[in-house]
Design a protein around this ligand. Structure first.
Ligand code: 3H9
Length: 706
């Protein structure tokens, strides 16, 4: 057997009558220019070699092919293009088999669909996830998939971007066989030899017949178009996907491919593609905090949670769901029972929806134990404190943890604002203390701010990142300051929203403008959902240290003084008749706002939705820049991931700092300087923003790996 490199990353070798083509391009066999060249060359070699009767394509490592090389997008294209390579594979005069293990995603599945036969191993993941990157399958996926499995199934796969298992792929007709062992090469070769023995012909997907029933397939397109218009509001690529699949039904294959190429390039040029691909890489970069490289995580077996309120219970559910045991501490039996009830309520909700069995709930709850004595935490590897947000109360808890916990236990606080350095230095082992800021509901929200105090040891930080992985959360490393990354920036853009409200925009207009930008909710809806009393308590806490010269809008306080805390009290900025969760505008609130404007001596003016968004975003970006400048966030991308995962920032815009880069930093700075004419104290341009603009640089230039 000779091994011929087509390129360094694709080799081919003759095995009897079969040309075995191996893609070996770590980490995930993405289809870089070298891989594309290598694949085309291998097919040329197969056609040219009379001793070769069939071709088998496999991937080395853990995956078949993860797709096009995402890092190439936005750069000048290098031939051959992937559509050309797929067409070359399909045109091969000898049967081509793809043997799939691990991921066959995007362009990876398109390569497999261009092959003539497909076998997948158990554990394979097949999908066309391009939509999640603002794209559509651009190497024949929108044309071959419906021809192979019908428009309805193809649209479901392409519009959702989900991964199908090997078994599902078999049932759909996406693959011909599921291997019975995990020996990729043996399975692939055996299947190829079987096909040769049966004189199986070249079988091209372009000729497959699943679109024969034109009417039924068109009906699927009509339904998908209506559904997509509703569900994918604001997104650019989904409706283009529907158009491309429609072309598969209505047009000859080559015409369809041409349309697909055009639509793909339109998507490639779109800012949404840039935003979504930034998000893809950013969510992987945040995992690479310096301590995760320099230190090994400590063991994570038994977890303690102090406090059984909403937050403590949510954290306990997240930990239980990850398969770890939880010991919950509460001050008395009644509170402990309430904590347990909070947890059970989550699981009972799942049972009611048919998503969990009673037996499964019992198995999960068997990992839960509760106690009113801190002594129950002596074996815990990591304890998360989630009690009342008050420094003295938290320090008292930490004194107890210091007393009972074993040496080496990680002691974490779930505070959202408080000075973790002050908590750490109040006990005898400050190196073990860290902040783990979960977001409510803690079992659902993906963001976990890992807040790193001065004295903490590197392996404790590494353990926090490990915990995030176990809990399937997205960790972002943050430094200690009031509000860390997320809530600190939130406080600033909330103030900008309050100022606009007092100056003349209604909360309803502001919310609608922010929703139109792509957030699921506006800032005043968020207040109503979270409970106005929470922000009120924070404002009272900060009152003593607030700069008396700073503008302070009192409208929210007026609502709270009336007990209007939002959804839970039936009214806040909105009215929630009879427990309804979607609010309606409240004329009484508007009257209160009018009265406050009068009290403050403000003549209200009109705002356009565009100006609202400009001010809102400028405030968010400027404080984001401050947070990076002060080292609270490692890089701008850490701010982006915080907002994507914790604050509903629209993913297709990439996060506030990416958005700023796309708008252009000079424009953001010019806006801030313009707004500063009215309120110079609030609108102080971040030194980092000024510096970047002076240097002609952008936030992305600061995103290199730390
Ligand atoms: C496409 O195919 C378009 C075509 O239709 C048309 C073209 C004309 N490219 O996630 P991991 C990197 S669009 C470049 O941590 P896992 C990743 O950044 C593409 N790099 O591993 C990371 O790098 P680093 C459609 C990629 O085991 C490393 O690989 N395909 C690519 O948890 C490991 O990744 C997709 O959208 C790529 N395509 O998960 C699939 N993929 O070590 C995207 C990964 O420097 N990929 N990297 O941080 C995935 O979903 C997951 O990576 C996968 C593995 C499931 C494959």
């Amino acid at each position: 057997m000779t091994l011929t490199p087509s390129t360094d990353v694709v080799t081919h070798a003759v095995r009897g009558k079969v040309l075995l083509v191996t893609i070996d391009h770590a980490p995930v066999n993405a289809l870089s220019a070298d891989v594309r060249r290598g694949l085309a060359a291998a097919i040329d070699a197969a056609d040219a070699d009379p001793s070769v009767e069939a071709v088998l394509i496999v991937g080395a490592g853990r995956n078949f092919i993860a797709g096009a090389d995402i890092r190439e997008f936005g750069k000048p294209p290098v031939p051959p293009s992937l559509p050309d390579v797929c067409n070359r594979i399909e045109a091969c005069t000898k049967p081509v088999v793809a043997a799939i293990h691990g991921a066959a995603l995007g362009g990876g599945l398109e390569v497999a669909l261009a092959a003539h036969y497909r076998i997948a191993l158990d554990g394979a993941k097949l999908g066309l996830p391009e939509v999640q990157l603002g794209l559509l399958p651009g190497a024949g996926g929108t044309q071959r998939t419906p021809r192979l499995i019908g428009a309805a199934a193809a649209l479901d796969l392409i519009l959702s971007g989900r991964h199908a298992s090997a078994q599902e792929a078999l049932a759909l007709g996406l693959v011909d066989r599921v291997g019975s062992s995990d020996d990729l090469l043996a399975e692939g070769l055996a299947y190829t030899q079987e096909l040769l023995a049966a004189h199986a012909p070249v079988r091209r997907t372009r000729d497959a017949a699943a679109l024969a029933d034109r009417a039924a397939n068109l009906a699927a397109v009509v339904a998908a178009r209506a559904d997509t218009a509703k569900k994918s509001r604001g997104l650019f690529s989904p409706l283009k996907i529907v158009d491309a699949v429609e072309a598969a039904i209505e047009q000859p294959f080559d015409e369809g491919l041409r349309l697909e190429r055009k639509l793909f390039l339109d998507c490639l040029d779109s800012p949404q593609r840039a935003g979504l691909i930034h998000a893809f890489f950013a969510e992987r970069e945040v995992l690479k905090a310096p301590e995760t490289r320099s230190a090994k995580p400590r063991a994570l077996g038994a977890i303690g949670v102090v406090g059984g309120g909403t937050m403590g219970a949510g954290i306990a559910v997240a930990v239980l769901d990850a398969g770890l045991p939880v010991t919950m501490i509460e001050r008395d039996d009644e509170s402990l029972a309430r904590g347990r009830a909070h947890i059970e309520k989550v699981y009972d909700g799942l049972i009611a929806k048919g998503r969990l069995s009673a037996a499964r709930k019992a198995a999960v709850m068997a990992r839960w134990s509760g106690s009113t004595s801190y002594d129950a935490l002596t074996d815990a590897d990591l304890v998360i404190e989630a009690v009342f947000e008050d420094l003295a109360v938290k320090q008292a808890v930490f004194a107890e943890l210091d007393r009972v916990c074993k040496q080496g236990a990680v002691l974490a606080t779930n505070t959202s604002y408080l000075d973790i350095d002050a908590i750490a230095s109040s006990i005898s082992r400050p190196a073990d203390v860290i902040g783990l800021h979960f977001f409510s509901p803690a079992n659902i929200m993906k963001l976990l701010e890992v807040v790193v105090p001065k004295q903490v040891s590197a392996d404790v930080v590494a353990t926090a990142f490990e915990l995030a992985k176990t809990l399937r959360k997205t960790p972002v490393r943050a430094g200690v300051c009031d509000g860390f990354i997320g809530n600190r920036v939130l406080a600033v853009y909330r103030s900008a929203a309050d100022a606009m409200m007092e100056d003349g925009a209604s909360p309803y207009q502001i919310d609608a403008a922010v929703r139109a930008f792509g957030f699921p909710m506006g800032p005043f809806q968020v207040v109503d959902l979270a409970g106005g009393d929470i922000g009120w308590a924070t404002r009272k806490r900060r009152a003593a240290t607030r700069n008396p010269a700073a503008r302070y809008v009192q409208i929210s306080d007026r609502l709270c003084e009336r007990g209007w805390f939002g959804q839970k009290t039936g009214c806040g900025f909105y009215l929630y008749p009879e427990g309804s969760r979607s609010g309606t505008a409240d004329p009484e609130v508007e009257a209160i706002i009018d009265a406050e404007r009068e009290r403050a001596g403000i003549t209200p003016r009109a705002f356009t939705d565009e100006e609202i968004v400009r001010r809102y975003m400028a405030a968010m970006i400027n404080e984001g820049a401050n947070v990076v400048h002060e080292g609270i966030a490692l890089r701008p991308l850490d701010v982006d991931v915080t907002f994507l995962y914790g604050y509903g920032f629209p993913r297709y815009r990439g996060g506030p700092m990416k958005y700023a880069d796309m708008v252009g930093l000079p424009r953001i700075l010019a806006d801030i300087r313009e707004f500063a004419k009215e309120d110079p104290l609030f609108w102080q341009a971040s030194p980092l923003l000024v510096d970047l603009v002076e240097r002609g640089a952008d936030f992305a230039s600061l995103n290199q790996t730390v």
